[in-house]
Design a protein around this ligand. Structure first.
Ligand code: CP
Ligand code: NVA
Length: 308
């Protein structure tokens, strides 16, 4: 059966945990120089309407290691709904490739694409969500603490696609997710309320950074002005200046806390050099884990596609 990965909510708790296990296994094999050709002969269309370093490189390398191939398409090739309709793009592309991976602006256009695509669709980031990143983050935390459930994650900064992705994860895995942000930079509040009332995780929003990070296992941040919203950068600096992750704030978390950032970082704004490059930072492991988590996602989707 065709399945997608457009947000973490598309998969069950068991499927997410199985994906972390598969990613750990694939990572171990890769480190041993073994790359099982689980995607042999498979070709993936990768559509980018925004910039990327980590996502593009990690997907292309991962697909290559698994025996497949990737085609890189940008807005120079087409923009969804402009040269031709979303259903036409979805149906035509599905006749050529084994999966469509897309990074774009509107989340709804990825949902629309998936409705008409006959092959799995993977969200490589929209304005609303970045599920591949949070899957890799879950893997990184699992590796570091040997557990994920019950940890306190303090997310500091803009209420954006990453914050929403963490809320989605909290809807599937029991966490204590404490969001520290200004009243002007809130995440998707409908999503927040749904996750809160579902009751699986403890989720909260504080307008005090100090309160948000108290006793945290993980301090997480992201840029204050996301791609496509850089015109808001000056306003965001004013709104979020008290939510920077710096050494003083880090000292309020648990002494063994780790610091995470999906990158790219705006050093000196949402995080200081001292913390980003410091001993508690795991940002490079986090970036590397994009490769392993995404290989597992593609393998899982291909297995579902092959075995109804
Ligand atoms: N974290 C992340 O998605 O990085 P890129 O924008 O470089 O792909
Ligand atoms: N929130 C950021 C994430 C980048 C990986 C953005 O959308 O630009």
């Amino acid at each position: 059966m065709k399945r997608n990965f457009i947000s973490i909510l598309d998969w069950t708790s068991e499927e997410i945990q199985a994906n972390i296990e598969l990613a750990l296994e694939l990572k171990k094999l890769t480190k041993q120089g073994e790359c099982p050709k689980l995607l042999e002969q498979k070709v993936y269309a990768m559509i980018f309407h925004k910039e990327s370093l980590r996502t593009r490189v990690s997907f292309e390398v991962g697909i290559f290691q698994l025996g497949g191939a990737a085609i890189h398409l940008t807005a120079n090739d087409f923009v969804l709904g402009e040269r031709e309709s979303v259903p036409d793009v979805a149906q035509v592309t599905s006749r050529f490739v084994d999966g469509i991976l897309i990074r774009t602006f509107e989340h709804q256009s990825v949902i629309d694409l998936s409705k008409y695509a006959e092959v799995p669709v993977v969200n490589m980031l929209t304005d609303w969500n970045h599920p591949c990143q949070v899957m890799a983050d879950a893997l990184t935390i699992q590796e570091h603490f040997k557990k994920l459930k019950g940890l306190k994650i303090a997310y500091l900064g803009d209420g954006n696609n990453m914050t929403n992705s963490w809320l989605c994860l909290a809807a599937r895995i029991p966490l204590n997710l404490s969001i520290g942000t200004s009243p002007d930079s809130l995440p998707d509040m409908d999503l927040f309320e749904r996750v809160k009332s579902a009751g699986l995780s403890e989720v909260s929003i504080s307008h005090s950074a100090e309160e948000a990070v108290e006793n945290a296992d993980v301090l997480y941040t992201d840029v204050w002005a996301s791609m496509g919203k850089k015109d808001q950068a000056k306003r965001k600096i004013i709104q979020l200046k008290d939510f920077q992750i710096n050494q003083k704030l880090l000292e309020r978390a648990k002494s063994e806390a780790i610091v995470m950032h999906c990158l790219p970082a705006e050093r000196g704004l949402e995080i200081t050099d001292e913390v980003l490059d410091g001993p508690q930072s795991v940002v490079l492991d986090q970036a590397e884990n994009r490769l392993h988590a995404q290989k597992a996602i593609l393998v899982q989707l291909a297995r579902w596609q092959q075995n109804p």
